[in-house]
Design a protein around this ligand. Sequence first.
Ligand SMILES: C[S@@+](CC[C@H](N)C(=O)[O-])C[C@H]1O[C@@H](n2cnc3c(N)ncnc32)[C@H](O)[C@@H]1O
Length: 250
Amino acid sequence: MTSFEFPGEYYEIMRRDFRNLAAETEFLASCAPPGSRVLDLGSGTGTNLRRLGELGYSCVGVDQSASFVEYARRAGGEGVEYVHGRAEDFATDRRFDLVYSLFMTLNHLPHDKLRTVLETTRCHLAPEGRLVLEFGHLLNFVESYQQHTVAHHRGDDILITRLARQSVNPHAATWRNEETLLVRDADGQVSLYDNFFDQSVLTGPEVRGLLAEAGFTVTAEYGGFRKEPAPGHGRGPLVIIAAPTPKEAI
Ligand SMILES: C[S@@+](CC[C@H](N)C(=O)[O-])C[C@H]1O[C@@H](n2cnc3c(N)ncnc32)[C@H](O)[C@@H]1O
């Protein structure tokens, strides 16, 4: 269950409070030179692709949110194209030099389709291409768990108050987030949006196993987009770079 159907400009404001876009851009650019073909699975409002487009990459983004894709298209960007649809249904004859999925999008994909998505992604990659996955792992969820949260996010003349309720389904190993966004705009008008999503609780070993089954070899792991060492005790983000395993080595 996933929505993310609210105006993209509000997502952009909230995203800035969670993410370091400069670090993400530098990281992605270090995985493939400018001019390369890039695919973003779960491209949201196109935040990362717009930056890569400015740097000369040829970009495609796929996202299931009609509102976010509409925002991304409106925001434009040189050499950037968006497909409205689910990552697990995305099909193309094109080959990409870099495919990535950031900010826990992997956790949003249907758990039972992850292996197929990775297998398809392998087909979408050029032989020397790279896959970058940043996902939420078990400890991220455990440590950030609060049944109810209230958070404020500020843009120019806009205040977004996010009221969130989280619940865990231990049988399915899923995490449900139900939130209401109260947005007060520059004119003092208040609007309300519901946003909800389920995320699978993934672990590092599970994702490494799925990658191996889908024909990938992990080439590097980091604890963040500044290429911090992957922490041995498992806290913090986990960013994995993988390359297609040559057919003869499978
Ligand atoms: C936390 S947002 C991250 C968006 C973007 N990667 C970013 O870094 O801002 C998660 C995104 O996953 C998208 N999403 C969830 N399930 C999806 C699916 N099955 N296929 C494609 N996109 C999906 C949502 O619409 C949302 O834009």
